[in-house]
Design a protein around this ligand. Structure first.
Ligand code: NAP
Length: 483
């Protein structure tokens, strides 16, 4: 029997949204519209243009399995190269005609087997299937410092970098020591007259050698794709065995080795005992999302750089006042203060069966069955949704695995085997119970504060090995779904 025609909407044109359009089309669904509130595709790679931006996941893993890129310049590519790669994939895989750029979805309502999506411009369109690919690290976290608005210089969040602001020869202060601030530090110290890094908590820093690929290597990848495939497999396996599987077992040998490597990095590069003590964390490596950098320690020891460890008291017109009474005079303040990580599809208003509102369902925090489906929200699927593998993972790889799973549910909708599919309340609760129990063995709960932890102190992440993620996501368990 022929498939019934279904219409699909994808919300967000970042790495996951682009993937969703490609996969839906591959499955014969031609009526696909991808709504993107920005004026370009790229998501995080469009939003983040800070100096030093790069992906600390190897490029050949942080790319689509079906679109290998022999041209990546380095093992860990700069952000601009990833954005260009995504633009190319968007063209090469026919995604562009499906895009509605500058069109923000405000509301989604399910009734009579159909999702009605309402845009900010007031248009309403109907779809049988909605894929939310709205990102995780998307809404900048604005710290509530007293006096921030009084600052006379320039101030902006790292994810809203103001490229019009001159930095050369100026005094720049960066607040935060997450992956973003550490990348900024390596790139910016040499460009500015004076650099201050405001550290609330030190970070373990994994050393990284970012080798460029030679022309010969790139030619080999081009001419012999199986070699690129081999490299990708090798990197994936090494990462899974040495890192991904280690962080979910706080007692693992690999985790002890990671910490040893980070400590040797610190002690091998920072010789001033006072500075070293300031930079040495008192919690375990990888408890916070592990920072990876080959140039941070050198940068922070430059004569024009200073690590500030006193707490920020408030901000004044001329700079930052710390609680030791010092005024740090600055021309530019960068807030590298992270993201509101529990937003996901919000602030969109989403109403499922019987008018059930997502805002109510997620009032105590976002929750979903296996990160992809929610009870009473039929035919709405999430990519990189709540509590999935995050952090040092390739979110492209994660989204590919999730999308393959989702497409198995979508095929039931196409064939007419199901009209409405959504996880059962029971399946979601049981999954949550297991997830919360497993999280107790992870390194994320060993005594640090991080964006992984939700309001209850439970890591909002996949707490098992990556191999289990692959296994569970290989085939939907239809008993967990109402359809
Ligand atoms: P983040 O890891 O959440 O770090 C935010 C930083 O700001 C922390 O050091 C935090 O201090 C500090 N901070 C926040 N509010 C503050 C306040 N009121 N006063 C003083 N300090 C404050 O954010 P991020 O660095 O943007 O990174 C977020 C995530 O993005 C990363 O963990 C990673 O997953 C992803 N990322 C990836 C890459 C990559 O190469 N793949 C690069 C950049 C970012 P505390 O530690 O004390 O809370």
């Amino acid at each position: 029997m022929a498939d019934r025609p279904v219409r699909a909407a994808v919300i967000g044109a970042g790495v996951a949204g682009i993937l969703a359009v490609i996969e839906l089309r591959k499955a014969g669904i031609s009526n696909v519209v991808c709504y993107e509130k920005g004026d370009r595709i790229g998501g995080t790679w469009r939003d983040n243009s800070y100096p030093g931006i790069a992906c600390d996941v190897p490029s050949h893993v942080y790319s689509y399995s079906f679109a290998p890129n022999p041209e990546f310049s380095r093992m860990f590519s700069p952000g601009q190269e990833i954005q260009e790669y995504l633009e190319r994939v968007t063209d090469d895989y026919g995604v562009r005609p499906h895009l509605r750029l500058g069109d923000e979805i405000k509301r989604a309502t399910f009734a009579n087997g159909v999702w009605s999506l309402e845009t900010a411009a007031g248009d309403v369109d109907d779809y049988e299937i909605v894929i939310a690919a709205t990102g995780v690290l998307h809404h900048p976290k604005q710290p509530a410092f007293d006096g921030l608005d009084d600052f006379r210089g320039d101030v902006f969040h790292s994810a809203r970098w103001n490229n019009d602001v001159e930095l050369e020869g100026r005094r720049v202060g960066v607040i935060g020591t997450g992956s973003t601030a550490i990348q900024i530090t390596g790139a910016l110290v040499d460009r500015v007259s004076h650099y201050e890094l405001f550290q609330r908590t030190p970070q373990w820093v994994m050393p990284m050698e970012n080798r460029p690929f030679s022309d010969d290597q790139k030619a080999t990848f081009r001419d012999r794709p199986e070699q690129l495939e081999e490299l990708r497999d090798f990197l994936e396996t090494t990462f899974a065995e040495n890192f991904a599987d280690a962080v979910v077992d706080a007692e693992s040998e690999q985790l002890a080795q990671i910490e040893e490597t980070c400590r040797a990095h610190l002690y091998g590069q920072v010789f001033d005992p006072a500075l070293r003590a300031q930079l040495e964390p008192d919690y375990r490596a990888a408890c916070k999302r592990l920072v990876v950098s080959g140039d941070f320690y050198q940068a922070i020891q430059q004569p024009n750089a200073k690590l500030v460890t006193s707490s920020i008291e408030h901000i004044e017109p001329r700079g930052i006042r710390t609680d030791d009474g010092r005024l740090h005079e600055l021309d530019v303040i960068v807030l590298a203060t992270g993201f509101e990580v529990d937003r996901f599809m919000r602030p969109m208003e989403i109403f499922g069966l019987g008018g059930r509102s997502l805002a109510d369902v997620w009032a105590d925090g976002p929750v979903a069955y296996l990160s992809v489906s929610m009870p009473e929200f039929p035919n709405l699927f999430m990519l990189n949704g709540p509590n999935g593998p995050v952090g040092n993972f390739s979110l492209i790889q994660v989204a590919e695995i999730q999308m393959a799973y989702i497409m198995k549910l979508v095929s039931r909708l196409q064939s007419g085997a199901s009209q409405e599919i959504h996880a059962t309340e029971r399946a979601m609760r049981e999954h949550e119970e297991l997830r919360i129990e497993a999280a107790k063995s992870t390194v994320w709960v060993t005594g640090c504060n991080s964006w992984y932890l939700d309001d209850r102190g439970i890591p909002a992440a996949w707490p098992w090995k990556f191999s289990r993620f692959r296994e569970v996501m290989a085939e939907p368990d239809l008993a967990a779904y109402q359809s």
